[in-house]
Design a binder for this molecule. Structure first.
Ligand code: GAR
Length: 217
């Protein structure tokens, strides 16, 4: 049985689109049963609807600072659709510890940096200012702290002296679209376990190739 997944978005929805595309494969162990946006102007909503996915708008703004009331409405919609796993994909709203606890081990987020480096806003600007030579993207389980939690999968890119926030973001986004579907596949087929706040996977590490940046000579 395919696991029923909800993707939560606030904007463009390119990671959402990558997950929807992957889940269209017959052997994929998860079904994107629902896309929820907290913003009416999220471009991803239309993309999802065009792809034949059920969409629901749960606007956060009317709830103001009352996060628990917003989450109660969110939970009602998730229950209504029998959702088992949540993927946050550019969902720009913080959760209460209660909501996070309820979805412990069942809610993923993607962030465009090699966490724990550069959480929060402007990760690419943070990376360029720090002068790192390798950056990337991280899929992790959600905990109450922002952009933190057990890391399920990471992908890396070399950073060049010529990079701007835009060029770096573009290359990292390609990595995001590759790792988010792979990470959800692992979770949905039961290939991961949490041990003392660390995520362990049944499969081995990646290709074994080094990524070295910059190259000397
Ligand atoms: C993605 O780059 C995602 O990693 C980032 O927002 C973007 C959403 O783009 N998320 C965060 O920064 C979380 N802190 P998308 O709507 O095209 O997927």
């Amino acid at each position: 049985m395919k696991r029923r997944v909800a993707i939560l978005i606030s904007g463009r929805g390119s990671n959402m689109a990558a997950l929807i595309k992957a889940a269209a494969l017959e052997d994929y162990p998860a079904k994107i049963a629902l896309v929820i946006s907290n913003r009416a102007d999220a471009a991803g909503l239309e993309k999802a609807a065009t792809g034949g996915i059920a969409t629901v708008l749960v606007e956060s703004r009317p709830f103001g600072k009352d996060r628990a009331a917003f989450e109660a409405e969110l939970q009602r919609v998730l229950d209504q659709h029998g959702i088992e796993l949540i993927c946050l994909a550019g969902f720009m709203r913080l959760f209460t510890a209660g909501f996070v606890q309820r979805w412990h081990g069942r809610m993923l987020n993607i962030h465009p940096s090699l966490l724990p480096s550069f959480p929060g806003l402007d990760p690419h600007g943070q990376a360029l200012r720090a002068g790192v030579k390798i950056s990337g993207a991280t899929v992790h389980f959600v905990i109450p702290e922002t952009d933190a939690g057990p890391i399920l999968m990471q992908g890396a890119v070399a950073v060049s002296d010529h990079d701007t926030e835009e060029t770096l973001a573009e290359r990292v986004l390609e990595v995001e679209h590759r790792i988010y579907p792979d990470a959800l596949r692992l979770l949905a087929e039961g290939g991961v376990r949490l041990e003392d706040g660390v995520c362990k996977t049944a499969t081995g590490a990646g290709s074994g190739n080094f990524l070295i940046s910059p190259l000397a000579g």
